[in-house]
Ligand binder design. Structure first.
Ligand SMILES: [Zn+2]
Length: 1010
């Protein structure tokens, strides 16, 4: 009964809405427009309710010359049980190009696996013919320096130009609807003669990349086809999307490590586009998260955030009028991080947009039941999605296309306004030094890490930023760095004089050769955003950050970056750099022995692997040689000719000093370790970033799964180092257990039906995990001299299952650090793990584990939560109590240690205790978190005192090998390049990690390892 009543109300609503349609339809549909009846019938058939469609998309215009998507799909776009591969989608787009002068297809690059990426331009014949001239006009609006910031000239250019609206689909491979929606959209835009579509065609260029994650798309189609071929069975989860990362392909807009991000950015910049509209499919039914929720990114021009409101709300408003349920904006997506693909527009004076429509992760038509949170009515969602509905891919295609057509219509109507805004935003970016500042960021020429500096500057160049180099020394006025002493005197003076004091300033000089990123350039905002610090208040009303709260590139890159507000910096004499920046490399002096300083530049590890036959040794102490100071860990290279070495060091940007004799310093060999990288079959997301870094460093490795670890009882015969990168958010128990074993097997392998999967790794069944045998095999590997390196939850695994005796994990109370930069301090500078590092490295922490150390294998004997206070008795607070009527006795010393150390053992603990760890096997803390006051570098931090001073990186000797534990993640999204070498040091020094280890006073047991 209730159901019938519900349907009657919906019917009545549909009637009212139908009346409103009449008005809109005159523009949207030309009554004379010929209709493809057969295609239109199928659209109706595959749409599960009439109100899940709109007058924009409930028919298909007919054309005598232009093929519909059916020509390739064999059915309509969004048809059930059909997902086209990338090649089919491209074939169709190129058929369109051949059939009409309104479509142009261009190749925009390839993916990591060599698949093509394309962009499809759709506009009137006149605009397609005028693309180049239009581009040159837009280029002048994009860089107003080219027209001397002349507003009148800008106005003439605006009048003559049309904007570029760039739409990207399926960056998230399991979100499968966009490619077919965009095929059909291109067709509609090319052939429909309604006034609205004609206006879109005449007033703007629609640019379409039908799928961004092309490698992932083809794998997803494989998985879907497997599912169709195995009805009634569970199907494998899409464990690999791109070659390296899965969902995080939409977090790469800062470091630009992935080809797909580079290709989309290049297209956006080359075309001088105004909008980047990225399509996702994980929220019912259309969430326009363009406006999102606070906190907004703090470096954006308010003109853009105003445009978000305008466009986003217009979208909701129009679709509400069409009676389509579940269309909303705002929501809970915070607009803080600039890592999302769409943000490439926000950071380059365009407009970033994102839709979440509702997909079924494939082309099945399904009864979908929503959660109260999803169907609840809220202030920003007055017509929420239905609690339960039959949902099809066609519905999804209808929503995607309707939203896009309304946006294109709105943009076409207001094209001059948005072009003016584009010019204004570009101009205000150039005016930045005069207004909010800063004036420039300076990368001093004397940075001890020229390679790291070049790496960071290359990212900025890739972002389209101009980098210049100082031709002479220059000086600027800067605020004086405050010391504690200054603080006190200032306070005293203030109370004395009771007046405000101007902040103290000083002149600071920078050497010639320093690099500058001036803020008087059109893409100043992205540089400012990446290089500045972030602060997210622990009391921010937004309690759940959507993503990382910090990214400060200078800190994560371990590169000196100086923010300059003094506009005098713009007078520094500079020369422009055209080519990608490269640190200078070469050989100085004569001889057959070469010394290369260890400064933790990532190129050093590549050097070791590039010259496999050379002998390389690491200095265990700092030394001076040929008048140059060398750090601990510096390379002494023999067995290679200058002719062989020179091109390699030049290419890598490394400086070698040649001599006839080696320096006199204690060394140990650094070998090209045989490396394995382990992944689970639960997720490959986070380890993908590690693989990307390791591949970039040209370190060869074997890629193995936890199942391969479980099968191999002799890992040590194959590998010297096993890296087990973080495995998502899985618990150590889940990594061991894998997936539950009921139901059918889940294969991940290449077959004739699934040609695109199984190339990175394969298995007959994804379900089994590491297993206890796997844990045991890892333990044996270490005992036989291997190095096992874990991070975050894989370190937790090593600790939890007894592979790291003496380390335990403390429960968290209030501590919260959501993708935050935390300061560390060097505890043991002589450990090979920190060769090349100076102090105060910032590391990436995502709710990292709090480690405690103990000299007992079971983790016992830890300090009490609160310091014991003396009891009531005689004397002052610091005096001992004295029992009366007996001689005074000395009190035993209460063990004390720093938060990163283990408490010294008491005699009581040492007696007949099998848990006592022999001194040579006690965990060696290499890096610890800084003190509470200095801990936060950037981002959100709450409950700092819980982790302050606790160990961050620990080396645990186990028998003949080592377990290296990172509580942080040293290899993250191409952003933490400054901490990569902590990992590379473990690889290079795998058989000498005990170098520099302090001898204990305690007796050494006979079983001592190396
Ligand atoms: Zn998505």
């Amino acid at each position: 009964m209730e159901k019938i009543l519900g349907r009657m109300i919906l019917f009545a609503a549909a009637t009212i809405v139908a009346a409103q349609f009449m008005v809109a339809q005159v523009r949207i549909r030309d009554p004379k427009q010929a209709i493809d009846e057969e295609y239109t019938k199928k659209i109706r058939e595959y749409t599960t309710e009439p109100f899940f469609n709109s007058p924009w998309t409930d028919y298909l215009p007919a054309s005598a010359t232009v093929p519909t998507p059916k020509a390739v799909l064999g059915d309509v776009a969004g048809a059930p049980n059909k997902l086209p591969y990338s090649t089919d989608v491209y074939r169709y787009m190129r058929m369109l190009e051949r059939a009409t002068g309104r479509v142009k297809v261009v190749s925009i690059g390839t993916t990591e696996e060599g698949r093509e990426m394309i962009a499809v331009a759709v506009a009137s014949e006149r605009l397609i013919a005028d693309l180049e001239q239009n581009r040159s006009r837009l280029a002048r609006l994009a860089d107003p320096r080219l027209i001397n910031m002349d507003d009148a000239e800008a106005e003439r250019l605006v009048a003559a130009s049309v904007p570029i609206y760039y739409i990207t689909g399926s960056i998230h491979a399991p979100e499968t609807g966009a490619p077919t929606a965009l095929m059909e959209l291109a067709y509609r835009l090319a052939v429909d003669e309604s006034p609205a579509i004609q206006a879109i065609r005449d007033r703007l260029v629609t640019l379409i990349t039908p799928m961004v994650e092309v490698d992932g798309r083809d794998r997803q189609v494989d998985v879907y086809n497997w599912h169709l071929a195995h009805p009634g069975q569970n199907w494998p989860n899409l464990i690999y999307w791109g070659k390296y990362v899965a969902h995080d392909n939409n977090r790469d807009a800062m470091a630009l490590t992935l080809k797909l991000t580079q290709n989309v950015l290049k297209t956006f910049i080359d075309w001088k586009a105004q909008v980047l509209h990225d399509l996702h499919e994980s929220v019912p039914y259309l969430y326009d998260n363009t406006i999102g929720d606070e906190p907004y990114n703090a470096w954006l021009d308010p003109i853009l955030t105003d445009e978000w409101q305008m466009i986003g709300w217009h979208n909701v408003s129009e679709m509400t009028k069409l009676g389509m349920p579940g269309v909303f904006a705002h929501g809970d997506f915070d607009t803080w991080s600039p890592g999302y693909l769409m943000f490439l527009a926000a950071t380059h004076n365009g407009i970033s947009r994102l839709y979440e429509t509702f997909g079924n992760a494939g082309a099945d038509t399904l009864e979908r039941t929503l959660t109260p949170q999803q169907y609840g009515r809220t202030w920003y969602r007055q017509n929420p999605p239905l609690p339960k509905a039959k949902w099809s891919q066609r519905n999804n295609n209808n929503y995607e296309q309707t939203g896009l057509l309304i946006s294109l219509d709105h943009f076409a109507e207001n094209s001059k306004l948005f072009l003016r805004n584009f010019y204004l935003k570009s101009k205000r970016s150039i005016d930045k030094p005069k207004n909010e500042g800063p004036a420039a960021y300076v990368f001093p020429a004397d940075d001890p890490r020229p390679g790291g500096q070049a790496e960071l500057l290359r990212i900025l160049q890739l972002q389209g930023c101009e980098v210049v180099q100082a031709a002479a020394p220059f000086s600027v006025t800067m605020r004086k760095a405050k010391s504690d002493k200054d603080d006190k005197t200032e306070k005293n003076e203030k109370t004395e004089k009771n007046e405000k004091k101007e902040p103290a300033t000083e002149a600071v000089q920078f050497p010639a050769g320093s690099y500058l990123v001036r803020m008087d350039q059109p893409y100043s905002r992205v540089a400012d955003m990446l290089l500045d610090y972030q602060y997210w208040s622990p009391n921010d009303p937004q309690r759940r950050p959507y993503d990382d709260t910090a990214w400060t590139f200078g800190e994560f890159g371990n590169v000196k970056v100086v923010r300059i507000t003094d506009v005098k910096v713009l007078d520094a004499p500079v020369r422009k750099l055209q080519a990608p920046l490269q640190a200078p490399g070469g050989i100085r002096g004569q001889g057959t022995v070469f010394v290369v300083n260890h400064n933790s530049d990532n190129a050093l590890v590549t050097l070791r692997y590039k010259l496999r036959n050379a002998r390389m040794d690491a200095a265990e102490e700092p030394f001076e040689f040929q008048g140059v100071k060398f750090n601990r860990g510096s390379f002494v290279i023999r067995g290679v000719s200058p002719g062989e070495l020179r091109p390699v060091v030049s290419d890598l940007g490394l400086q070698a000093i040649a001599a006839s004799e080696a320096p006199s310093v204690v060394t140990h060999p650094i070998r090209a370790a045989r490396l394995a990288v382990v992944h689970t079959w639960l997720t490959t997301q986070d380890e993908g970033w590690w693989r990307h870094a390791i591949d970039n460093a040209s370190i060869p490795f074997t890629y193995i799964s936890t199942q391969a670890v479980a099968r191999d009882s002799n890992l040590r015969s194959k590998y010297d180092v096993i890296i087990f990168p973080p495995a998502g958010r899985n618990t150590p128990q889940a990594i061991v257990a894998g997936m539950p074993m009921w139901g059918n097997a889940l294969p991940w392998k290449k077959t004739p039906e699934t040609p695109n999967i199984g190339n990175l790794d394969s298995t007959d069944d994804m379900r089994p995990g590491l297993s206890w045998t796997g844990v045991d095999n890892l333990k044996n590997f270490v005992q036989q001299g291997g190095v096992l390196l874990g991070s975050m939850n894989t370190s937790d695994l090593a600790i939890t299952f007894g592979l790291a005796p003496g380390v335990s994990i403390a429960p968290k109370q209030k501590f919260k650090a959501t993708g935050t930069a935390l300061r560390t301090k060097l505890v043991d500078a002589s450990s090979p793990l920190v060769y090349g590092y100076t102090d105060n490295l910032a590391v990436y922490c995502f709710e990292c584990s709090i480690y405690n150390l103990s000299n007992l294998a079971n983790g016992g004997g830890q300090r009490p939560a609160v310091e014991p206070e003396r009891t009531t008795g005689r004397g002052t607070k610091d005096d001992p109590d004295l029992p009366q009527g007996r001689p005074v006795v000395d009190l035993p010393e209460i063990p004390k240690a720093e938060a990163w150390e283990a408490l010294p053992l008491t005699d009581e603990q040492k007696r007949n205790n099998t848990a006592v760890i022999p001194p040579e096997f006690r965990p060696r803390v290499v890096l610890r978190y800084a003190d509470t006051k200095e801990l936060l570098v950037s981002g959100l931090l709450d409950g700092a005192s819980e982790i302050a001073q606790h160990p961050a990186v620990v080396d645990v000797p186990v028998d003949r090998g080592h377990v290296v534990l990172f509580s942080n993640n040293p290899m993250w999204r191409g952003e933490t390049q400054g901490s990569y070498f902590l990992v590379y040091n473990a690889i290079l020094n795998f058989d000498s990690l005990n170098a520099g280890r302090k001898k204990s006073d305690e007796a050494v047991t006979p079983s001592a390892g190396r």
